[in-house]
Design a protein around this ligand. Structure first.
Ligand SMILES: Cc1ncc(COP(=O)(O)O)c(C=O)c1O
Length: 348
């Protein structure tokens, strides 16, 4: 049976060019990265920093480790952070902010990731009255649980102004920041120039097997390197895996994300054409979220879809997430639409 796996862009496998690059590696391309002596990692970090317009960058094992290292580097134990209520750091990173970085978490609400600056200011003012110290603001772009929503540069600029005014650092979870840039048709620096630091993942739409980068000022990254070591992210001859990123950060490969965005739109239009009671959150990028009506058992919908060869995730009791990515083409999307139609007709 044909299977179209739309669970996540983390299921992507490397491109033929990436495999070719791997075959061309030898011992001259690797070294001990904990000592800063892996030429491939060094090359990747330089390339990444240049692309996102920051002084320098550090290669880490995962997006989760990247966010943790950034939080640890920007804050001191006992301080507080201001994060969006549906962000990945809060929802999926197993309380790393509180359990490891020992930060108190303050949540803000948002319109698909974009906050009200007044609400942010209220939170700060209330905390000041209690003599608590919020020192870090974060944002997520694109925003996963708001359906791959793009947070526009003007919103980020206002957030940065707010952060500066209140003495906060501003970190971006940019796991999919290149999707945001491609979706807006701007250079990624139009987004990243508004934050003090960011992380982005190679292992999602950019389809590398592993790895993320944290980027920012030299002093921030020097702290981040220490914390990377502390949380077990020193990987020695990491050039073998980091080299995939050198291919992934070529403009052509970043531009490829456009295909995923087109496919997500196609999928949304296909599902909308069924005229069912399903609600569709229009995708800005490569993530499509649909909501099924109350009373429908979402687990059963996802299971039935899986039995029909369309794999997706239920992110809560009402919402199902489909993610388009490298390896999924237009025919796969047409197939998925047909099968989703069959399942919705049967269950709704
Ligand atoms: C927005 C966002 N941030 C961070 C992460 C964490 O990345 P990783 O799975 O590499 O730890 C993810 C993973 O899906 C994500 O979607």
């Amino acid at each position: 049976m044909k299977v179209v796996d739309l669970r996540s862009d983390t299921f992507t496998k490397p491109s033929p060019e990436m495999w070719e690059m791997l075959k061309s590696l030898d011992n001259s391309h690797i070294g001990d990265d904990v000592f800063g002596e892996d030429p491939s990692v060094n090359k990747l970090e330089e390339k990444a920093a240049k692309i996102v317009g920051k002084e320098t960058a550090v290669y880490v094992t995962s997006g989760t480790q990247a966010n943790l290292v950034a939080m640890l580097s920007h804050t001191n134990r006992g301080e507080e952070i201001l994060i969006e209520e549906q962000c990945h750091i809060y929802q999926n990173e197993l309380s790393s902010a509180t359990k490891i970085a020992e930060l108190k978490v303050n949540l803000y609400s948002s319109n698909r990731g974009a906050p009200s600056i007044d609400e942010l200011q209220n939170i700060i003012d209330k905390n000041r009255a209690k003599e608590q110290k919020i020192t870090l603001l974060t944002s997520e772009n694109t925003h996963n649980y708001h359906g791959g929503a793009i947070i526009k540069p003007e919103v980020l600029r206002e957030m940065k102004q707010f952060a500066d005014k209140n003495g906060l650092k501003f970190h971006l979870d940019g796991a999919r920041v290149f999707n945001a840039a491609i979706g807006l048709g701007v250079n990624v620096t139009e987004i990243t120039k508004h934050v003090d630091s960011l992380m982005f993942c190679l292992s999602k739409g950019l389809s590398c097997p592993v790895g993320s980068l944290v980027a920012g000022s030299k002093s921030f990254i020097s702290e981040a390197r220490k914390y990377r070591k502390m949380v077990g992210g020193g990987m020695r001859q990491a050039g073998i895996i980091a080299s995939f990123g050198l291919v992934a950060l070529e403009p052509k490969w970043i531009q490829r994300l456009e295909e995923d965005h087109k496919n997500a739109k196609l999928l949304a239009e296909g599902i909308a054409s069924f005229n069912s009671s399903v609600k569709i959150l229009n995708p800005d990028t490569n993530i499509l979220i649909i909501s099924v009506p109350e009373g429908i058992r979402i687990g059963k919908v996802v299971r039935t879809l899986g039995n029909e060869g369309v794999m997706a995730f239920n992110i809560d009791k009402h919402r199902i997430r489909f993610v388009t990515h490298y390896g999924i083409n237009e025919d796969d999307i047409q197939y998925a639409i047909k099968k989703i139609g069959v399942v919705l007709k049967k269950l709704l």
